[in-house]
Write a protein that binds this ligand. Structure first.
Ligand SMILES: Nc1ncnc2c1ncn2[C@@H]1O[C@H](COP(=O)(O)OP(=O)(O)O)[C@@H](O)[C@H]1O
Ligand SMILES: [Mg+2]
Ligand SMILES: [Zn+2]
Length: 352
């Protein structure tokens, strides 16, 4: 019952356009040995290598930080390098990590994916709301008028335990519903705004089927595999993988922006194979829309599906930091010096 599931090889690999890339020269952060590396744009690239070979040093310390400084104007110092060219071809850079989306119960999938706003609009347009003169502000648990006065719309109260760490307990007044009684008198198809926050995303897709703007965002959340999650689940309770998929979904729903480079450092950590397949589908759809994806990974199922492999090594620490291979996964599988190549051999041996 284990291990039969596998991710098939893609039918097509995208070719690498040698005119459309970001070129890094003299990368020397941590153990990197003055590397010259080209990062192709417009395709799906993976950076591989044993642990400690220098993947994060190259991708995060040098490239990502240089791009964040250049494109976003961040005041940071990138890892040592001589030069990076080609940055002007990108409009933005998006780092999709597994960091939490918020530290309090105020952020949740609905707020993060910006679907709560159109839902609040919808509630304020209901006859009951109009009669009472409720604006969309009323349906925000951050606004005084609509929220529970005891917990200030958090649904939970922070109890200070002095010598122990603080704990969140459900609010006694609103029973965790976050809103006051008047607000909860307004319903859409029989559901209050509090019910909506308690609703699983897949169920919400059905409830809001007649609301195109709301449905589109909810569907995107479902597509990244978050259908089981409650719209109002507190952001500080999401796992790293869930937070990462939520960030991806929010990006996918936003969409209307120019050529973007998406950077993900070891995104499959903690993911089940079905979720790896889902993640791959999303990454491919971003590339199909004209964006570029750069992933640091050791997961072979993901590596074999990338268009371009940049393999670092050959070992970790001081014995690493060199470029072992760059090219397609298939050509990597023929490279005798690459550990990644050895693992890839099995997939391409029967498809020479
Ligand atoms: N901040 C740092 N200071 C000194 N050495 C570091 C630092 N970060 C990483 N290293 C070293 O650089 C090498 C490459 O690390 P890293 O880029 O994190 O590898 P990978 O991401 O491939 O696992 C390792 O030997 C690591 O111990
Ligand atoms: Mg790393
Ligand atoms: Zn309350």
């Amino acid at each position: 019952m284990r291990g039969e599931k596998s991710i098939p090889l893609p039918k097509k690999y995208r070719p690498f356009n040698p005119e459309y890339l970001i070129s890094v020269t003299g990368a020397a952060a941590n153990n990197l040995k003055k590397l010259d590396v080209n990062f192709p744009l417009g395709i799906f690239t993976v950076v591989t290598g044993v642990s400690g070979s220098g993947k994060s040093s190259l991708v995060v310390d040098v490239l990502q930080r240089a791009l964040e400084k250049e494109i976003n104007g961040k005041l940071i110092k990138p890892g040592t390098h001589k030069k990076i060219s080609g940055i002007a071809q990108l409009e933005s850079i998006m780092v999709i990590n597994q960091e939490a989306i918020g530290r309090t119960p105020r952020s949740n999938p609905a707020t993060y994916a910006k679907v709560l706003e159109p839902i609040r609009n919808l509630f304020s347009s209901m006859p009951e709301a109009k009669q009472r003169g409720f604006s969309k502000r009323r349906f925000s648990f951050n606004a005084k008028e609509g929220r529970c006065p005891v917990c200030d719309g958090q649904g939970f109260q922070l109890i200070e335990m002095h010598f122990l760490s603080d704990v969140w307990v459900k609010c006694d007044q609103c029973k965790g519903k976050r809103y006051n009684r008047e607000t909860l008198a307004v319903k859409y198809k029989g559901h209050t705004i509090a019910d909506v926050l308690e609703m699983e995303i897949s169920k919400a897709v059905e409830v809001f089927v007649a609301q195109p703007r709301i449905k589109r965002i909810l569907k995107t959340l479902e597509d990244v595999g978050l259908g089981y999650m409650k719209l109002g689940q507190a952001g500080n309770t999401l796992s790293g993988g869930e937070a990462q998929r939520l960030k991806l979904a929010a990006e996918l729903a936003r969409r209307a922006h120019g050529p973007t480079l998406y950077i993900l450092d070891e995104p499959t950590t903690g993911l089940h194979i079905d979720d790896v397949a889902r993640l791959l589908k999303i990454l491919h759809s971003l590339v199909d829309e004209g964006h570029s994806v750069l992933v640091v990974e050791h997961n072979i199922d993901l590596i074999k599906c990338a268009d371009h492999v940049i393999d670092l090594g050959p070992e970790g620490g001081d014995k690493g930091g060199r470029l072992v291979f760059e090219g397609t996964p298939k050509n990597c599988s023929k490279n005798k010096l690459s550990y990644t190549g050895k693992f890839l051999e099995a997939f391409f041996y029967s498809n020479p």
